[in-house]
Design a protein around this ligand. Structure first.
Ligand code: NAD
Length: 416
């Protein structure tokens, strides 16, 4: 992973859009920083009997368009700047898909792979004891992110309700169905991304049925992308996939469903039958039509962007491409569906979950998927039109669409 500061990147991306939009100095400065952030020190009893001290964060970046919303990431290398960057990207993401929410994000520095379920539950509850009073459907609503799960969301919701003394399922989304989750949330991020791959392929005249695809990162986003890609697009051949320990490839195709089963059973991609090993770096540079970065940020830089051979890149991960790489990809003709557009399906269905929790009436899976398709397709069209009109790359176009909406809300509220 790159050592570049993701928040400096998020600010740099905003600066370019602000300049293009001709934003006034006060609005620009307001949008460069989180409006609120919290730092926590969380003591947690471990199974050994010892107490361990964890660091946690919650950033409420901007609430001009509505209550803030964004996942909680558990990662050993989590930093407040990563959380700030992710919270900024959430602000642009909710705006580009035009849902009435702001952007936020949370994180805990920890390694869940080395923790028991009991330890994870106690850490989840400690986090909510620290931040709970700042959360709620009218304030800020967390959700899952890297290494956090529906089970963790359920513990967090439960702790919140214990503290507050009333039922409030909308305080957290990405919950299991049994405690107020939405149909269709599990695969929403990948599904939303593939809906716009479909739209982009139409615009670019790519025959998706015969296209090959490769996936970096094989967690929630990556696994669903593997199986949904051919289902939604009516065809396509998965030729490679990697996770944090490397991965596998076969130019003639990997069986996506069998690969997901293998990963779930063995915890890794290695040793999948009829495949060759491949590293994360090699996967990005593979000859393929559609590339899905679906792991972490900062993996596509000026160093490797020139070697990317995909025609279309759908960024399911947040922040996989650094700004210098964007220019190289644009000049090379790689059509990039930028992260906060491409992976907005997750927050869109999270928003639907929040809406269903609030009016206590639940939609069918078909309804959720129809509404998701409409939101993603409209967002793609807005970005596509902006990119075409201004002759700019899609990330800048997505920023211009999103930032102008947030700036308008700040102005109408009288903040600037
Ligand atoms: P996850 O925890 O389910 O999976 C993460 C995957 O990335 C795992 O397979 C892990 O092995 C792999 N990984 C970790 N470090 C890696 C490395 N150095 N190289 C290659 N692979 C590595 O997480 P997820 O929910 O699938 O999230 C993945 C990305 O998608 C993140 O950037 C996240 O912010 C973004 N995202 C997820 C959602 C969602 O709804 N799940 C929504 C929006 C954005």
């Amino acid at each position: 992973m790159s050592t570049l500061n993701p928040f400096a990147i998020a600010q740099q991306q905003l600066d370019e859009a602000a300049q293009r939009l001709g934003l006034d100095a006060a609005t620009h400065e307001l949008l460069r920083w989180p409006m609120k952030e919290y730092h926590f020190t969380l003591p947690v009893k471990m199974d050994s009997g010892a107490t361990r001290i964890f660091k946690g964060f919650r950033v409420q970046y901007n609430a001009a368009r509505g209550p803030t919303k964004g996942g909680i990431r558990w990662h050993p290398e989590e930093t407040v700047d990563t959380v700030r960057a992710l919270a900024a990207w959430m602000t642009w993401k909710t705006s580009v898909v035009d849902i009435p929410l702001g952007g936020g994000k949370g994180g805990i520095v920890c390694n869940p792979k080395e923790m028991s379920n009991g330890e994870k539950e106690r850490l989840s509850r400690a986090y909510i004891r620290a931040v709970g009073r700042e959360l709620g459907v009218h304030r800020d609503v967390p959700a899952p992110d890297v290494y956090t799960t529906p089970q963790i969301m359920a513990w967090m919701m439960d702790e919140y309700e214990v503290i507050m003394g009333y039922s409030h399922p909308g305080v957290i989304t990405g919950k299991p169905l049994a405690v107020g989750g939405s149909e269709g949330r599990g695969d929403a991020t990948a599904r939303g991304g593939i809906y716009i791959v479909r739209e982009a392929a139409k615009a670019l005249n790519i025959n998706v049925r015969n296209a090959t695809y490769a996936i970096q990162g094989f967690g929630n986003a990556g696994q669903f992308a593997a199986t949904l890609h051919p289902e939604i697009l009516g065809g396509g051949t998965l030729i490679a996939a990697t996770d944090s320990r490397g991965g596998v490839m076969n130019k003639d195709g990997l069986d996506a469903h069998a690969l997901v089963k293998h990963k779930l059973e063995t915890g890794a991609l290695a040793n999948f039958p009829n495949s060759k090993p491949i590293s994360n770096e090699e996967l990005l540079e593979l000859q393929c039509d559609i590339l899905y970065p679906a792991a972490l940020e900062g993996v596509i830089t000026a160093r490797n962007a020139g070697n990317i051979k995909a025609r279309l890149m759908c960024e399911l991960a947040n922040g996989p491409t650094v700004p210098d790489a964007d220019k190289i990809l644009f000049e090379k003709g790689v059509y990039v569906l930028p992260d906060f557009l491409a992976n907005a399906g997750g927050v869109t269905v999270s928003y639907f979950e929040q809406v269903q929790n609030t009016y206590n009436y639940y939609w069918s899976l078909d309804e959720v998927q129809k509404q998701l398709d409409r939101k993603m397709t409209d967002a793609f069209k807005a970005v596509y039109d902006m990119a075409k009109k201004s002759r700019i790359h899609n990330r800048l176009a997505a920023y211009m669409v999103a930032v102008s909406r947030v700036a308008e809300a700040c102005k109408i509220r009288g903040w600037v």
